[in-house]
Ligand binder design. Structure first.
Ligand SMILES: [Zn+2]
Length: 204
């Protein structure tokens, strides 16, 4: 499956994998299997192609564990969504969500290792042994960074009522309104145009 990666932040693209959130009857889960999750993570740049293949092989050999990891990843996604949504509304976040997210973040970060580079150091994820949980570690890290950065104030929801995908508005004049101009921006424009021509016709 091909995913749209538009948010400018890994954890927000992850939130957007539950499509059409505002309309319950049209809500669509884009991550229906561990393989979908690994595909998404590779396309979003969270893991590389080699790790994606290794994880998918591991998931095929351990389907029960793979499903449990998928469930856990989706729980992380939903608690993160609630945290951001509450924050966007200017309300206090739920204590249970805060605790759950903190625990998940702590677990992810415990798999980072300090590695020397030519000019200093970098933090790398543990690569061995291959562990199905690896797929969500970078997402939790991205969320921890976003929640504690200035970019938090630039998190927006797409202007289309049925979409509401989240993204970071990094446009120069902070005027980005759509997840994707080609998808939602145009849909709304087309609708507006249609409404206008209808109104005009009525006046003729
Ligand atoms: Zn949209």
């Amino acid at each position: 499956m091909e995913f749209q990666i538009i948010a400018g932040e890994l954890c927000l693209d992850f939130i957007n994998t539950l499509d059409n959130r505002p309309v319950p009857e049209r809500r669509k889960e884009l991550l229906c299997s561990y393989e979908d999750l690994a595909d998404w993570a590779a396309q979003a740049g969270a893991i590389d192609a080699a790790l994606r293949s290794a994880l998918i092989r591991e998931a095929e050999a351990n389907p029960v564990t793979a499903n449990a990891v998928l469930t856990r990843a989706l729980q992380l996604r939903e608690s993160l969504y609630r945290i951001l949504k509450t924050r966007l509304a200017g309300r206090r976040i739920d204590e249970l969500d805060r605790r759950a997210f903190s625990a998940t973040l702590g677990e992810a970060l415990s798999h980072l290792q300090l590695r020397p580079t030519r000019s200093g150091f970098r933090l790398d994820w543990t690569k061995e042994p291959v562990n199905l949980e690896m797929v969500w570690w970078p997402i939790a890290k991205s969320a921890g960074q976003l929640l504690t950065s200035d970019d938090l104030a630039r998190v927006r929801e797409c202007g289309a009522n049925t979409c509401r995908w989240m993204f970071v508005d990094r446009s120069k004049n902070h005027s980005r309104r759509w997840c994707d101009m080609k998808v939602c921006g145009n849909r709304t424009k087309v609708r507006k145009f249609y409404r206008r021509t209808k109104t005009q016709r009525r006046h003729v």
